[in-house]
Design a protein around this ligand. Sequence first.
Ligand code: NAP
Length: 334
Amino acid sequence: MTSAVRPRLLIVHQMPTQFIRALERVFDLDYKDTSTRFTHEQILSRIRANPPDAMLFPGQTKIDKEILATAGDKLKMLATFSVGFDHIDLKECKKRGIAIGYTPGVLTDGVADLAIALLLATSRRVVEAMKAVRNGQWGQSSDIMWMCGKPLVNSTVGIVGLGQIGLAIARRLQPFSIQRILYSGTREKQFDSENDKRMFQFVEFNELLRQSDFVIIACALNDQTRHMFNKQAFEQMKNDAIVINIARGGIINQEALYDALKTGQIQAAGLDVTTPEPLPTDHPLLSLENCTIFPHIGSADVNARHQMAQLCVDNLLNFFSGKPMVHELKTDSA
Ligand code: NAP
């Protein structure tokens, strides 16, 4: 391929060198080897300066009408370094005939591991306990219930969205001797083993809220799930329920969550995702001891990130050599 016909690729996050080397064999890269996050305005100005044929970006980069219009007809493909796609204006991509590659599957285990870490950190008050050690509170209380948390054994776990990640979380929870798993979603799943048929029960969302001791949010963010966890939802939950969100911040109405946590409507929450991200350090949720917040690190395991990067590279190389992508997002329903 001569340099005149090489497609131009704009990369808006930092990547290990081996992936950059693989891409620069085929693309003219617009890449800055810096860990500083690019703002929306900076991305727009890079597009204006060098209109790309393709863009590679993480799930935190909003690909809206303005970005797509600025890139114009030259832009043929988007490669998102994520399994979620609510940051992309799918309708606009469909209208403009822009193909989208994404990275499902390879981060399932990493996110499911993190969900368990977040659930246990929240239910066993790990962050609070660590703070108590640092503040010299260890040994100060004679209360036998000091730093007690909520046990998983014999509990009912509700999973909203039993997709790849939801199921991987469920599998990890079973050895904790939980009693049963309720799940809600768009359709009931089929299970082969008798054990699974006994353990998993498809229920309506409100029923899941009423019966669960732990509620885990693992569904996609879409028009139906946005702010699904609102005041009415929290009011239906048990007062000692714990809610864990590893999906997307927009599924929870955060004002309603704050009130529910503050008034004891529910016991605690663990969030890997918030609105906005990053959450401002003076956000009310950060003032609550019963709210554990992680900085969206669900897929931050070395294997997952390498596999995601490789999928992005393969999606890009395949698309520009006329082959099917490894994982192409269908925009038909957009
Ligand atoms: P997936 O296999 O496509 O599962 C998506 C799930 O969303 C499905 O179970 C689906 O339910 C459910 N869903 C869709 N619309 C729904 C609705 N209206 N009500 C209830 N459930 C609904 O995707 P995945 O790989 O498991 O990922 C799930 C989500 O996790 C992603 O969309 C992403 O936002 C998030 N995520 C977070 C991180 C992180 O770092 N924290 C990393 C990766 C992904 P049905 O099966 O019943 O249709």
